[in-house]
Design a protein around this ligand. Structure first.
Ligand SMILES: Cc1ncc(COP(=O)(O)O)c(C=O)c1O
Length: 355
């Protein structure tokens, strides 16, 4: 059971459930190609971790905060044990900050843990398709943007979001931007707006809250590390809600190194750009249907998604069948993985699944 799941409520299905797939398809775990998540196939190389990181209670780390401030180009941030932990507590915190009766605008397609958290806290949720219609946003509304969106890949430019933020700010609302997949396109991040030396006339800094995740681009989902970027008032509230020691010592140590390592980040962007382009070409050539996505995943829109999912699983390739059943999301394979995928997609099994 997921920790935010009540006994009667099924956990949401995400990628990464390899053990379950191994059982269902009778293929040993080590024989799978797991492309079910948007986590980079190449991880930041974690070297030796000093013994003290394991032995001591983790205190806030200046090395981590300083590396994060440079990396995100923002002075207002707080380390978290991953974005999921914040997604779950944000609705209650919003109630404490006076958003008790707010309506919450959510993208129809997107990481569904957001919807679940707001609905569990009895907020009224409203859907938008690509971008929220500014004419419909009311006084005190909360708007969530996943930028770029997972799984659609839709990217909102910072100019578009600045306009939206101004409007929401005037209406005393809140704009939450989940930038879990932003690392490959940092020029579109809104984080620099929340900086000590940024003064934007029409923006109330309390109206913006950004979530960043270290797990995806750095391939470090296991250490559970992320950041909230927001005004001091928001950060204080979140810090108290998380309590002491919420980010463990090894995560702080590895995170500080990864966020400061510009050389590795540059190389990682290049590798991901190349691999994602190869994957894009393989998918468009074979399926001849639209492929969307980011450098961390590609999403194939097809009515045959459930049959293709099953046909790939039978060959030990685990992708993500999107919740709507009309798309498959492929994590980016490494070079070996791409060859295995290319071969698998050329088989009769796959052609049959397309009929
Ligand atoms: C859009 C989005 N936001 C947040 C998360 C959670 O990320 P984290 O690992 O930082 O908890 C995910 C996980 O897949 C995601 O897809």
């Amino acid at each position: 059971m997921n920790e935010n799941t009540s006994p009667n409520e099924p956990a949401l299905v995400h990628g990464g459930q390899l053990g379950e797939m191994a059982k269902r398809y009778h293929i040993a775990r080590q024989n799978w190609l797991d492309l079910s998540t948007g986590i980079a196939p190449i991880s930041y190389p974690v070297g030796l971790i000093p013994q003290a990181c394991w032995q001591r209670l983790p205190q806030p780390s200046n090395a981590l905060l300083s590396a994060a401030r440079h990396y995100y180009r923002s002075t207002h941030l707080l380390a978290t044990p991953g974005s999921q932990s914040i997604i779950q507590i944000l609705p209650q915190l919003c109630k404490q900050r006076g958003f008790k009766a707010a309506r919450v605008w959510l993208p129809i397609v997107g990481y569904q843990e957001h919807r679940k958290a707001w609905q569990n806290a009895d907020f009224i949720t409203l859907d938008y398709t690509d971008s929220p219609d500014v004419n419909l946003i009311g006084q005190g509304d909360i708007v969530l943007i996943i930028n770029p969106n997972n799984p659609s890949g839709k990217l909102h430019t910072s100019a578009q979001l600045t306009n939206l933020l101004q409007m929401i700010s005037v209406k005393n609302g809140l704009l939450i931007i989940d930038e879990a997949f932003m690392d490959a396109t940092p020029e579109h991040s809104m984080a620099p707006l929340l900086s000590a030396n940024t003064t934007h006339k029409q923006i109330n800094q309390d109206a913006l809250l950004i979530l960043r995740s270290v797990g995806k681009f750095f391939g470090l989902a296991g250490i559970r590390l992320g950041f909230v970027i927001a005004s001091d008032d928001w950060l204080t509230l979140i810090m108290h809600a998380l309590g002491p020691w919420s980010v463990n010592g090894p995560a702080q140590y590895v995170g500080a190194q990864a966020l400061a390592d510009k050389h590795w980040q540059h190389a990682q962007r290049e590798v991901l750009n190349n691999l994602s382009e190869v994957l894009h070409n393989v998918l468009t050539t074979i399926f001849n249907v639209p492929v969307q996505g980011t450098t961390l995943f590609k999403t194939l829109l097809t009515a045959h998604a459930p049959a293709l999912f099953d046909a790939l699983c039978k060959q030990g390739i685990y992708v993500r069948l999107c919740d709507e059943g009309n798309a498959l999301r492929f994590g980016i394979p490494d070079e070996q993985g791409i060859e295995r995928l290319r071969k698998a997609l050329g088989t009769k099994n796959i052609r049959d699944a397309m009929k």
